[in-house]
Design a protein around this ligand. Sequence first.
Ligand SMILES: *[C@@H]1O[C@H](CO)[C@@H](O)[C@H](O)[C@H]1NC(C)=O
Ligand SMILES: *[C@@H]1O[C@H](CO)[C@@H](O)[C@H](O)[C@H]1NC(C)=O
Ligand SMILES: *[C@@H]1O[C@H](CO)[C@@H](O)[C@H](O)[C@H]1NC(C)=O
Ligand SMILES: *[C@@H]1O[C@H](CO)[C@@H](O)[C@H](O)[C@H]1NC(C)=O
Length: 476
Amino acid sequence: MKKMFFKLVLFWLCLWRLIRVIADEGEVEVAVERSVTLNSGLTEMMDDSVIEWRFGSENTLIAEINKRADSMTVYDDVLDGRFRDRLKLDNQTGSLTITDITMKHAGHYELQINGVIKTFNLTVIRVKFMSGIKDSSVTLINDLTEVMDGDLIQWRVGLKGPLIAEFNVLDKTSSVYDDGFYGKFKDRLKLDGQTGSLTITNTRSTDSIFELKINRMKTFFLLSVFEEISVTEGDSVTLNSGRTEMDYNEIQWRFGLTSTLIAQISVKNDMSEVYDDVLGGIFKNRLKLDHQTGSLIITNTRNEHSGKYYLNTDKVKFYNLTVYARLPVPVISSNSLNYLSSSSSSSCSLVSSVVNVGHVTLSWYKGNSLLSSISVSDLSISLSLPLEVEYQDKNSYSCVLNNPINNQTTHLDISKLCHTCSDSEHCCGSTEAVIRLVLSALVGVATVVILVYDIRSRRAKQDPAHIHSSGCSFPP
Ligand SMILES: *[C@@H]1O[C@H](CO)[C@@H](O)[C@H](O)[C@H]1NC(C)=O
Ligand SMILES: *[C@@H]1O[C@H](CO)[C@@H](O)[C@H](O)[C@H]1NC(C)=O
Ligand SMILES: *[C@@H]1O[C@H](CO)[C@@H](O)[C@H](O)[C@H]1NC(C)=O
Ligand SMILES: *[C@@H]1O[C@H](CO)[C@@H](O)[C@H](O)[C@H]1NC(C)=O
């Protein structure tokens, strides 16, 4: 089981590098998109040779050489055209090359030379990379449903590991074997009774390699299960190795898309190092290692520490860290013309605003009920949300700002925010306010009237002719 993840990646790369596989007989493995040459074993054909290449359960003829008739034919339209433009026959040896392999080319190939039969069983392999979140579910989808007919679908864990689930396509019967493998998958496997897809529930960081086999089609699912971690900017966070003692030889911590090495412990070499100069120094003086467990501590976190972290030991652990901004205090303000009076059903308008907030929601509450809210997930945006306050509820309003890990509640002091008046007091009551408004408006109108009159009379003095013909034109 050790280093299995890397083993598989290496194995995949090896398979991948073999751009052209040459096979002499028997079991052959090839990766999708590569080529394979099925070798006839002949160095030269005799003049009366007849060579036939056949494929699949129906033994369908796909290529033929008839030396006597001097003909060479590929039948690449058969079997829904899966061999179209992919077959190459060697006119010297009769060997067959299949290029740009897909899953549909997996199966049994047969070569007949003058009555002698040679067989090749071709297994096609592909790899799918997937990610999931720890303690949630992930579904490994079988997308080969149209290729299967009366087949047996088998799910295994690890590389050539034990069988964990089986599905019979013909009679749609399925079995899940979750007792084996140290009970690691007990009650965590679900097989889809239509497609044979496998769902793993309650995912753990050790769920990493699964193999789906349908006849000679193999799919390896390489699963990265991320542990989601959140922290508030400025606080420290520990990326837990999950170990309790120094039961490792070497630990490496890597960060980001570039998988940059940021810390390392080697027990064998008695070495422990943090590399906080990398990546433009974003980790400078912020990394600490727990030598006992190998856990990594990041102090004084900032937004740029958000991202993916990898712990490499004998297996790989994946972490997804999100650093949330500290919540600012919302600024609550009112329009200066707001008056709240107890006598009538009066109201006052307020607005709450916050600047450069990151991932937050701003809400207004009356008691426990939500009145309105607005969300953003951008640090460069500022938010504001209006509120209409009713006098009779003036003590029950609050403004709540929250992100996924924190919240901050501000209770409103309406008597400070709105200009409230009691009846006994002489202050700007609402009627008075209206009168004032009307008055100031009247004064404004009067000013405009006087101004216009003034301009007109001046113009009339300068050029009376223009005024009479057109009030809007200007003198040239
Ligand atoms: C190919 O597979 C079939 C079963 O599908 C088996 O009977 C046969 O022996 C295999 N041939 C070789 C050469 O391995
Ligand atoms: C075989 O094919 C090659 C081209 O692929 C051609 O040049 C050659 O003449 C052919 N030989 C025979 C014997 O048909
Ligand atoms: C990591 O966290 C971010 C922010 O919460 C989220 O958008 C992203 O999908 C997560 N990535 C993975 C692989 O879990
Ligand atoms: C605010 O956080 C506290 C715990 O920190 C929680 O009990 C409360 O429900 C949260 N309130 C809101 C409105 O999210």
